[in-house]
Design a protein around this ligand. Structure first.
Ligand code: ADP
Ligand code: MG
Length: 622
């Protein structure tokens, strides 16, 4: 990008020198124009030729090349350079936009390994993971990321796979086990024999996925591509007719006049304003959203949010703070502190908001040697072996499933029943707070005519219904396991209209699959799991559901601006095309019309960024 910027500046300086100083010798001027043209236009000509050899003849590179070389042909040197210069400035804008959004998304996922320690001729070398070959031995120390996929050849350790899977439980590996790049080595030094090159390793595949977000084009952008596909050949054919036919039909017609008209027709025909301003509007929208703390992974999602019809929320960690507090401990045959201790040990490896609260209440060092085989049963609880005793911590469902006789507790809140070796030993009541922001979010969504608000939860009926009532949610489904949530969302997807979109908002704990099946998946970025951030299309960095309303506003404004630009650019374009075909406008006027339309469209596009400012200001006033 820097290179392109430099080229533009050098070419522009040369161009201005030729225009302003205007050397008396025409040849000196012309040579300067040609040099400046080659500097700025060489890439485009190269691309045009390459695309012709690939069968894609009529693209904008072709238009630019034919029109500008034609302009040279009829002696209009400055026009040729000006058109190319302007076009390149537009391209620069575009690549800047793409680059910026890519960076912000990939910095979110801190899984890129910076180096690999390779054993080469008995010594350890720190190299770029890309330079490691298959079959080489790498050494990964505790705390380091595994840079490439491979299998363990020496040592054993425990891996933190959270960044890849969202699964909080550590995975222990021994000699012979396969390991994936992107995991963090949590325990002791291991030696790994590399089985995949960096480019094919898990970590670089995931990064690719995320970084290509900006290539997920919106319908409006696809419209432009399609439009250009028909538009360009039509324009070229008209230009050819315009150059040739009149000399046969009209008496006294001068060929060079009509060739000039045909070429300026081609210059005007370049859909620059559309090509630049539409992606720029989306970029403005995505950029504006990211400043509000809403990360949108593609223009298609920004476009879709405006059509939100049904919005489905997960409860724990999404509408509620996900910060539980232990309210009451009831133990049978042991002290309350002992019950809390055994629960904390069982919950040790889980990252569920419930587990965090238990560990916080226990607030003592946990001796991990006493824990074996901890297993999380999503939507139900945890089973673990503590001091060789089987401990269950979870909801009624878990107790029923394992045939445990227990006495039901009717307190308001989430109840965790605890059983040791099949015997019920007590329960812990914890409660979560509704996010202050959730109430505002739901009422604002209703004001914005969202047809239906829904809440899904794995929690008990009483708790779910109570919270839904406080928030004013239309429908609530409770006691759902993770696949139950997917089923409900699939049912709701059938209910919406064809154009309408279903948005799911979750924290990624027990709901990452739902994020993936919904039209638009929105994840809580602060509290949410990395897997959610990966599966989601939109990430709320500040965990405030009301930001969705801001995103809907932003999306609507962006779409309004995009439509204005499309209509405005096409109308002006048609007008100038007619004028240049009639020979009323010169090539200079054609270039200026094009520049003018593009600048107005760009300024219009930049209004999206202004929306951001006022929305932040009104926030402060509240
Ligand atoms: P939500 O759908 O509200 O986000 P989850 O699906 O994450 O909630 O969990 C549903 C229920 O499953 C919880 O209310 C709790 O009873 C039980 N549960 C889930 N994970 C755990 C855990 N780590 N420890 C104890 N109970 C759990
Ligand atoms: Mg949840």
């Amino acid at each position: 990008m820097k290179k392109r910027g430099m080229k533009i500046i050098i070419a522009l300086v040369l161009f201005l020198v030729a225009i302003i100083i205007n050397f008396n010798n025409v040849w000196v001027n012309n040579i300067i124009y040609i040099i400046s043209y080659i500097i700025v236009g060489f890439d485009i000509i190269k691309k045009a030729i390459r695309n012709i050899t690939r069968g894609k003849v009529f693209d904008e590179n072709f238009l630019m090349t034919v029109a500008t070389i034609g302009a040279f042909g009829i002696g209009e040197f400055p026009e040729a350079v000006a058109v190319m210069l302007f076009y390149q400035v537009g391209e620069l804008f575009q690549s800047y936009a793409v680059d910026k959004s890519r960076k912000s998304i990939s910095s979110l996922m801190d899984i890129r390994p910076d180096f690999a320690n390779v054993e080469r001729s008995g010594k350890l070398e720190k190299v770029d993971p890309e330079d490691v070959k298959i079959g080489e031995i790498i050494v990964v120390k505790p705390g380091e990321k595994i840079p490439l996929d491979g299998s363990v050849v020496e040592g054993s350790s425990s891996l933190d796979t959270k960044a890849l899977t969202g699964e909080a439980l550590p995975r222990s590996v021994v000699e012979g086990d396969e390991v994936l790049s992107g995991c963090i080595n949590a325990q002791s030094v291991i030696k790994i024999k590399v089985t995949k090159k960096y480019g094919e390793s898990t970590v670089s595949k995931i990064l690719d996925l995320v970084e290509n977000a900006s290539s997920r084009k919106s319908k409006s952008e696809n419209f432009i591509t399609k439009f250009a596909k028909y538009y360009t050949p039509i324009v070229v054919i008209i230009a050819v007719f315009l150059a040739i036919l009149p000399t046969f039909i009209i008496k006294d017609a001068v060929f060079s006049d009509w060739l000039y008209r045909a070429l300026s027709f081609l210059v005007v025909s370049c859909p620059c304003a559309l090509v630049i301003s539409i992606p720029l509007s989306f970029f403005g929208g995505i950029g504006g959203a990211s400043k509000m703390g809403v990360l949108i992974k593609g223009s298609n999602y920004l476009e879709a949010i405006a059509n939100t019809e049904i919005i489905v929320f997960d409860k724990t960690g999404t509408l509620t703070e996900g910060v539980f507090e232990v309210q009451k401990i009831k133990s049978i045959g042991m002290s309350e502190q002992e019950l809390l201790q055994i629960a904390a040990y069982t919950e040790n490896y889980s990252n569920h908001p419930i587990s965090l609260s238990i560990k916080k209440a226990y607030n003592k060092e946990i001796d991990e040697k006493r824990i074996a085989e901890a297993q999380e049963l999503p939507g139900r609880g945890i089973v673990a072996k503590i001091d060789n005793q089987e401990v269950l911590v979870g909801n009624e469902k878990l107790m029923n499933e394992k045939n445990i006789k227990f006495s039901k507790c009717d307190d308001i809140g989430t109840i965790l029943y605890v059983a040791i070796n099949g015997n019920f030993v007590g329960y812990i009541v914890i409660s979560d707070k509704i996010r202050k922001d959730s109430i505002k979010a739901i009422s604002d969504l209703k004001k914005n005519h969202i047809r239906r608000t829904v809440m899904l939860t794995g929690d008990k009926k009483e708790v779910g219904e109570n919270i839904a009532k406080q928030l004013g949610i239309d429908t609530v489904y409770t006691e759902l396991l993770p696949d139950g949530k997917v089923e409900k969302v699939e049912e709701l997807l059938k209910e919406k209209s064809e154009r309408g979109k279903l948005v799911f908002v979750g924290d990624g704990i027990n709901d990452a699959p739902v994020l993936a099946v919904s039209d638009i998946g929105i994840a809580m970025g602060g509290l949410g799991a990395d897997a959610a951030i990966e599966a989601a299309d939109v990430v709320l960095m500040t965990d405030e559901p009301s930001k969705i309303v801001d995103a809907i506003h932003l999306s609507k404004k962006t779409m309004g601006i995009v439509k204005q630009n499309i209509i405005f650019a096409i109308l002006i374009k048609i007008l100038v095309l007619i004028l240049s075909a009639l020979g009323i406008s010169t090539m200079w006027e054609a270039v200026f019309a094009d520049v003018g339309v593009s600048i107005i469209a760009i300024i219009n596009a930049l209004r999206v960024l202004k929306i951001r400012n006022c929305s932040i200001d009104t926030r402060k006033e509240i």
